[in-house]
Design a binder for this molecule. Structure first.
Ligand code: HEM
Length: 435
């Protein structure tokens, strides 16, 4: 939110820098005094948590890369070496692998928060689009990182997912196959594939960092949305970011790190697949190929559609449909809090995501397949039917008069305090009393 700068350089060096590259001014105005709605709840702490996770993934990843060998014969063993021989290597590797899960947990909560409170609506469309772009880059990065372990699940996940491009053969014969071979760098997934996935896995987090800077820039133009979804009207509706939200974000981050640490130290393999501890074997396909938990809903959508090309299109559409959300939702009210009908559809959507996650971990047959198709249908109907239609027919509940009202209660009409009774005039004393 544009606001006048209040930065005062105190020392000579601060004044010198301020006239040349005013980074301290930028930090002060954007992260200390930045006017932030006073009613943000804990769902708003996940942006900060995500920023922390991004830095943590880059820091652990850069050190892991110092010991990792991106070759067909060396990859798996180099990871075992990191786990057993490199000082603190087990901690680095588990922090990075569990960190990917925690990063996705946080990004899904952050995205659902945006959907619930209508943070994608004008004037925050660009902010939202940049968020979806980050999500796509995160998915690509995690997929490539998983392949680096070069265990059975890694290898076969790469084989299955890269092979999806061959579905383009049904559009232009031969095009899909040529594309897949180009991606592989050969006629099968192998050392060349691994080497390029490694290179891109190192590059993408820096692209994500660049888009995150744009994301936060796009946030700081209109300022934060808030749980009521109504705009900031007066100076009373906001508080400075520091100390109010530095403390709140810091507390939430500490709680999140506790959960992260609990997984790293007590259950580091809880979320991963045991088959990935078997070295990649191109001659033996595992009976059941499943991705990491954070890709399961999309995997369920892919397998619910009987045609390969349409399945791939469904998979791509399930994420890219988020780009259109600002224009699909026709409601004039941002926050789902005040939307009595939409609220039910929203929670049904959340249940659908969990159900698809479960179904993605099962074999696509029998009832699993039937339910996979029903939930896939609702997933898309939520965006393409519910969002446009409910906004038109629903009568939202009354909105509060301001952001401050639900926090401090409706502003009371101030009755000026009754004037205090005038002090009694001192009695004139008689001359004999004075004496
Ligand atoms: C690396 C990933 C990401 C990082 C580091 C990040 C960072 C942030 C930060 C620091 C904020 C401000 C604090 C907050 O509202 O929680 C924010 C807000 C926001 N982000 Fe993200 N974000 C990421 C991914 C995403 C994704 C995937 C989406 C949506 C698809 C998204 C959509 C939004 C929206 C709409 C807001 C405005 C929230 C509001 O004021 O209501 N972000 N983000």
């Amino acid at each position: 939110m544009a606001h006048p700068s209040t930065y005062q350089p105190d020392t000579g060096i601060e004044r010198w820098l301020d006239a040349r590259l005013p980074i301290p001014r930028l930090m002060h105005d954007q992260f200390m005094t930045f006017p932030t709605p006073r009613n943000l709840n804990y769902w708003w702490t996940f942006g900060g948590i995500l920023s922390f996770m991004l830095v943590a993934q880059i820091a652990t990843g850069v050190v892991l890369a110092m010991h990792y060998a991106p070759t067909e014969t060396g990859a798996f063993d180099s990871i075992e070496k990191i786990m057993r021989d490199v000082n603190w290597g087990w901690l680095l590797r588990y922090s990075h692998a569990v960190g990917a899960s925690m990063f996705f947990l946080a990004v899904y909560i952050h995205t659902l928060r945006g959907l619930y409170y209508g943070s994608y609506k004008a004037p925050r469309e660009v902010l939202w689009i940049l968020g979806v772009l980050i999500l796509l880059l995160m998915i690509a990065t995690a997929f490539m990182g998983y392949s680096l372990v070069w265990g059975q699940m890694s290898f076969w996940a790469v084989t299955v997912i890269t092979n999806l491009f061959s579905s383009l053969d049904s559009v232009v014969p031969g095009m899909g196959t040529r594309l897949v071979e180009w991606i592989w760098g050969g006629f099968a997934v192998g050392g060349h594939t691994l080497n390029r996935l490694y290179s891109l896995h190192y590059l993408f987090p820096f692209l994500i960092s660049g888009v995150v800077v744009l994301h936060i820039w796009a946030l700081h133009i209109p300022g934060n949305n808030n749980p009521t979804g109504i705009d900031v009207k007066t100076a009373k509706d906001v508080v400075p970011f520091h100390p109010y939200y530095t403390i709140k974000d810091g507390f939430a981050l500490a709680a999140f790190i506790l959960l992260f640490a609990a997984l790293v130290f007590y259950a580091p393999n809880l979320l991963s697949h045991p088959d990935n501890y078997i070295p990649a074997n191109p001659l033996q396909t595992p009976p059941h190929i499943v991705p990491e938990w954070y890709f399961l809903p999309f995997y369920a959508i892919l397998r619910a559609i009987p045609n390969k090309l349409f399945g791939v299109a469904g998979l791509m559409a399930s994420i890219s449909i988020l780009f259109l959300v600002p224009w699909l939702d026709t409601s004039k009210v941002r926050s789902t809090r005040y939307r009595p009908i939409y609220k039910w559809f929203f929670w049904a959507f959340v249940v659908t995501c969990f159900a698809l996650g479960y179904l993605g971990s099962q074999q696509p047959e029998g009832w699993y397949l039937v339910f996979g198709r029903i939930f896939t249908l609702y997933y898309f109907a939520f965006f393409l039917v519910v969002m446009p239609a409910v906004g038109l027919i629903e009568r939202p509940r009354g909105l509060p008069g301001s952001i401050t009202e639900p926090v401090l209660g409706p502003e009371k009409v101030r009755v000026p305090p009754a004037p205090a009774p005038a002090p009694a005039a001192p009695r004139k004393r008689k001359p004999e009393e004075v004496a």
